[in-house]
Design a protein around this ligand. Structure first.
Ligand code: SIN
Length: 522
């Protein structure tokens, strides 16, 4: 029998990455309850983010140029209003982090040392110790959250289902594997649970980030935008790790080259910007080399040679764990699922289509990224939008101090099925049918397989993952063109008529899966 619901007057934040913790702090003094599936600092994709924070900080750079690069990378469907809001806020965001103790890399003159990344027209990326930006920001936020009297953190519970009453999100079911979930009713919920890249076999995300937040919101009836757009990072270290360690794009910004086993530098003929072409183009080139058995690799030897230009401790450590010496060895690479441009549709205040539910970070789709996220706009968006959502929630009503909520241990459930085989099948079918290169028949096949998995899914967590995958595959089937991160071999060109964002409800995706609507309805 289900335990009685608990009530809190706190704003509940689901997730514990950079968006979640930024919002928790920005909401002070409003009382907040942060639900972190793992101990703070463990398990958030933010901690693995090697990219930095894109901001127009350099001499000669401008917010307008940052916006223009964001629009260009997003392949025709970026929301210009969002790009303006986020780029405008970027320099202040970096300054606030620096003032809060985040030690961004500096030039000898004390200015920010800015990196060049793909599709940026100039060096624009502020970083910490070369490739430790996400971890450094997250640890500064954790330290601040631990000190914030308005923030209560509950670790070890995950959101499984949203409670909806008369069309408004009024609570969340929190669970643990093998335990009976408990309903917490709350006046406002901010979902900041991360993306969906773990739905693929090769991913740079922590393996447990598999679209559960997106699926959960969609199952509650939230609208989903741009689900078809998944970004594959071209240079994940291909040594069999899960997650696959990232070889940051900044290495290519410092001159690292992509070569194949024949020694051919294969990007030169693909795009005028070669290794620094938009990420989707480089990812497809790397994927094609892998498919052809040509073993693509990153040659970063000049960077890691003694006296070389750069300092990338995270990359060095990943190479060492794999028994590779980047000063001597070519580094095998694969295209890996990295970031979901799609997510829960929201407005410029982070409001989802469901009253009572706000979203921020990768689980949200604001329209900033369009079809292809510009490098290092992800952490930036997470922080800017978390701040805006916090402001909007704070303005909802008068918030008064609230006692800490004691969540008693959850009672054990009857034995739960092992989700691991379902997850393996899910990741394999998404990789095969809805990966770097897609086509109509592969997507239809993926949807058929997802219908079977849906019938087998017995836990909310499994149903959430399958729902997220179904939305991605359905949106990809509906978009009969190629644009940004979405490449259809059967429709290889962009179609100007389709240069608009997509919006889907789970019911639409299920209807398409079950063939109740024709596949060409966009
Ligand atoms: C990278 O450093 O290559 C990743 C940056 C990003 O995903 O924004």
């Amino acid at each position: 029998m289900a335990a009685e619901a608990q009530h809190t007057g706190r704003i509940v934040i689901l997730g514990a990455g950079i968006a979640a913790l930024t919002a928790a702090l920005r909401l002070a003094p409003c009382p907040v309850l942060v639900i972190s599936p793992a101990p703070l600092g463990q398990g958030a994709a933010s901690a693995l983010a090697q990219g930095g924070v894109a901001a127009a900080l350099g001499a000669g750079d401008s917010v307008a140029a940052h916006v223009a690069d964001t629009l260009e990378a997003g392949a025709g469907i970026v929301d210009g209003l969002m790009a303006g809001i986020v780029a405008e806020a970027a320099p202040g965001c970096v300054a606030a982090l620096a003032a809060g103790g985040v030690a961004f890399d500096r030039t000898p003159a004390g200015d920010y040392a800015l990196s060049q990344e793909a599709a940026h027209s100039q060096p624009r990326v502020a970083r910490v110790e070369g490739d430790r930006t996400g971890a450094a920001i997250l640890s500064a936020l954790i330290a601040a959250v631990r000190q914030a009297p308005s923030v209560q953190v509950v670790e070890g519970l995950a959101a499984e289902r949203l409670e909806v009453t008369a069309g408004r999100v009024t609570g969340v079911w929190l669970g643990q594997p093998g335990r009976v979930a408990r309903l917490i009713r709350a006046p406002a919920i901010l979902l900041a649970s991360g993306g969906a890249a773990g739905l693929y076999t090769v991913t740079t995300n922590p393996g447990h980030i598999r679209g559960q937040g997106l699926g959960m919101a969609a199952r509650a009836g939230a609208a989903v935008a741009d689900a078809e757009f998944v970004q594959f990072h071209p240079t994940a270290l291909h040594v069999g790790g899960d997650p696959a360690p990232l070889l940051t794009e900044a290495l290519r910004g410092e001159g690292a080259r992509l070569v194949n086993r024949l020694g051919v530098p294969f990007m030169a003929g693909q795009h005028k910007a070669a290794e620094l072409a938009p990420r989707d183009i480089v990812a497809r080139a790397v994927y094609a080399q892998s498919q052809a058995g040509l073993a693509p690799a990153l040659d970063a030897r000049a960077i890691f040679a003694p006296g070389g230009p750069a300092h990338f401790p995270t990359v060095s450590a990943a190479c060492a764990r794999a028994g590779l010496d980047p000063a001597r060895d070519l580094l095998p690479v694969a295209a890996a699922a990295h970031y979901h441009m799609g997510g829960v549709a929201c407005d410029a205040q982070g409001r989802s289509s469901l009253p009572g539910l706000w979203v921020a970070g990768e689980v949200a789709s604001t329209g900033l990224h369009g079809a292809n996220r510009l490098a290092s706009n992800g952490l930036l968006e997470a922080m800017v939008m978390a701040g805006r959502a916090a402001q909007d929630i704070a303005a909802e009503r008068a918030w008064s101090p609230e006692p800490e909520l004691a969540v008693p241990p959850l009672p054990p459930a009857a034995a739960l099925p092992d989700e691991a085989p379902l997850i393996r099948r899910l990741r394999a079918l998404m990789t095969e049918g809805c990966g770097v290169i897609r086509d109509g028949s592969g997507l239809r096949h993926a949807l058929d397989a997802l219908r079977a998995l849906d019938q087998q899914a017995q836990t909310d967590s499994a149903k959430n993952m399958v729902a997220a995958a179904t939305l991605i595959a359905a949106a990809a089937l509906l978009r009969c063109e190629s644009r940004g991160g979405h490449f259809r071999a059967d429709h290889p060109q962009p179609d100007p008529e389709l240069a608009r964002r997509s919006r889907l409800f789970l019911a639409d995706a299920l209807a398409l899966r079950d063939e109740k609507v024709p596949a060409d309805v966009a």
